[in-house]
Design a protein around this ligand. Sequence first.
Ligand SMILES: [Zn+2]
Ligand SMILES: [Zn+2]
Length: 305
Amino acid sequence: MKCTVCGQEAIIKLPSHHSAFCEKHFKKFFLRRVDKAIRRYRMFHRNARLLVAVSGGKDSMVLWSSLLALGYDAEGIFIELGIEPNSKSAMAKVEKFAASRNATLHIVDIRDYLGATIADVSRKINKTTCSVCGMVKRYILDREAKKLGFSIIATGHNLDDEAATLLGNTLHWQEGYLSRQFPTLEEEFGFVRKVKPLILCAEKETLTYAIIEGIDYDSERCPFSRGATSQFYKHTLNLIEHEMPGTKSYFIGEFFKRISGHFHKSSEPSKLVPCEICGYPTSAGGKCAFCRLKERITTNLDIVK
Ligand SMILES: [Zn+2]
Ligand SMILES: [Zn+2]
């Protein structure tokens, strides 16, 4: 297998792009894909200040690394979720990466917001930890971005993540979720703009980039993860991709191009009002989901005492 560009020994074959690349030309290809996503979905300008949500996992570290390689002013933010021993080792890896790239890293402890860790949440309440954890992370990221003066948050969702989400949302016709599934979510209702610059990069590509760049990422699965469904969708899409290379990319790309606008228009703009406790926008009225969770946790902690 030879590199399509230079004819030297290739390290990766990409049937969906009818290409194979050596290390040097894969890196160029990968960065061009990130740049293309940024321009195609009008994510941000050259001189934008970006806050990158880094978990220590492969994709968020690759995102940060590639944005820095493309010359963007990108600072990282890590939320210490208090999941032991994963959080500590993930944080050490993120700190090491930031130091190696001379990049600024912000660290925030979930306890400073919630007064409890995700491990506490999982023990005290009877709800899927992943969805609660996602809600808490979105809340903290938004609040911290504003506090630190950022108007753009970048997250490491890749093509496989988004295609699996789209498949799930389509199979169950989740119109609300479909209307919000887009690589760029504008700043609105007091939320900070969210972007996904790895949207055109497949999992296999982010993994290869991580290895080439020598990124020491955290590969531990979250002990509370029950992500069996999304893993199943990813596996199913990979079976299809194997027979029909390019399907994942077409599935997600055409949805953004032709379909998602329909959901934007058809779904009623939800009316958001400020939370009565923290002022964060909420559709429920009264207290936002985060403040309700915090209240439940505190109450339950009292009972335990
Ligand atoms: Zn080459
Ligand atoms: Zn609130």
